[in-house]
Design a protein around this ligand. Structure first.
Ligand SMILES: Cc1cc2nc3c(=O)[nH]c(=O)nc-3n(C[C@H](O)[C@H](O)[C@H](O)COP(=O)(O)OP(=O)(O)OC[C@H]3O[C@@H](n4cnc5c(N)ncnc54)[C@H](O)[C@@H]3O)c2cc1C
Length: 305
């Protein structure tokens, strides 16, 4: 029988091919079982190599970014979990706007900081979002009235067969916390081109500080979580509705509705995915019963059911 672990190490450095890796180490929720293989790729050729192996031996592949919107199954993830750390960053200054080409593995918070240093405005909303560019594209991440759809120009991705394709803005099919990549599960986002305006450094800094401070004040950043657990429902702010149902502090196992922000489920120490799912089911049922509103998870469940 083929030894996939050894096979992967033929092309990728040993320290970037992990076997039976605990997904708690790769998710902001600090929850999840073992991934059969956890592979970090740093070059396009390495990525192609992993895709080839997955295809050749029919191994399931799961791409993750910074793992900040994921709930990983207690039973773990079969096959290969792939993290992209290819680095490409280019800023082109045009007449009235700049274009930033950035790899999918780059952290969006770092990107907001980079834009600030370059005196570029329009990316401030990303500061404080702990995800990667790839995850932000897939999720159409947003905050403070802006989303990725407002700054994206185009995105390149790789298909399972190694072919690279490009999407223009309208082809991303962006909607609330969703994009075409929500359906195209088998592709890997490689890089994106974003637009930014020319701004004033002090004003950019002020905005970034304001957004960061708001998060520190209102979000339970001291406990592991995966951001807003549920999506907004039109104009309805889910966190407010959950709070009005008296659910703040409600706990199953070590998963609890944050006392600080009812929109966040937090891990009090040793929460399991099962605890979180039981809790989110209970929240959904209660909100339906008391308010007549059906709410939907924003956090994505991955791994063995
Ligand atoms: C404290 C906290 C605050 C948050 N605040 C916000 C907020 O204000 N606004 C907001 O929108 N979100 C917020 N989030 C949620 C999360 O940060 C975003 O959804 C983010 O965009 C997820 O990026 P990620 O890299 O962590 O993706 P992951 O969680 O790793 O993955 C999310 C999805 O993207 C896919 N994906 C990731 N990279 C790639 C790639 N290269 N190719 C193909 N698919 C890929 C994964 O397969 C998965 O389906 C918050 C989370 C936390 C913990």
């Amino acid at each position: 029988m083929i030894d996939i672990y050894k096979e992967l190490q033929k092309r990728i450095e040993k320290r970037r091919v992990l076997k039976d890796e605990n997904m708690r180490n790769h998710t902001s929720f600090k929850i999840g079982g073992l991934a059969d293989f956890f592979v970090i790729v740093q070059e396009i050729e390495e990525l192609k190599f992993v895709l080839d192996i997955a295809e050749k031996y029919a191994i399931p592949l799961t791409v993750i970014g910074n793992g900040t919107n994921l709930l990983v199954s207690d039973k773990g993830i079969r096959g290969i979990v792939l993290k992209i750390e290819i680095s490409n960053l280019k800023v082109i200054r045009k007449k009235d706007k700049a274009e930033i080409t950035i790899s999918s593995g780059y952290a969006v918070g770092k990107l907001a900081n980079l834009a600030y240093k370059e005196e570029l405005t329009g990316l401030e909303f990303l500061s404080g979002i702990p995800g990667s560019v790839g995850g932000a594209i897939r999720m159409n991440a947003g905050a403070y009235g802006k989303e990725m759809k407002d700054i994206v120009i185009s995105t390149k991705y790789m298909e399972k067969n190694g072919k690279i394709k490009k999407l223009n803005l309208e082809e991303h099919m962006f909607s609330y916390r969703s994009s075409i990549f929500s359906e195209m599960k088998d592709v890997i986002i490689l890089e994106t081109v974003l637009e930014a305006g020319y701004g004033n450094k002090e004003e950019i800094k002020e905005k970034i500080d304001e957004y960061r401070n708001k998060r520190i004040e209102t979000q339970p950043l001291e406990l592991p979580n995966a951001g807003s657990t549920f999506k907004r429902k039109g104009d309805i702010i889910t966190a407010k509705v959950i709070d009005e149902c008296g659910l703040k502090g409600y706990r199953i196992g070590d998963a609890a509705v944050s006392e600080k922000h009812a929109g966040f489920v937090v891990n009090l120490g040793n929460a399991t995915a099962k605890d979180v799912l039981e809790l989110t089911d209970y929240i959904k049922e209660t909100v339906k019963k008391k308010k007549g509103i059906e709410i939907e998870l924003e956090v994505l469940f991955v791994g063995e059911k």
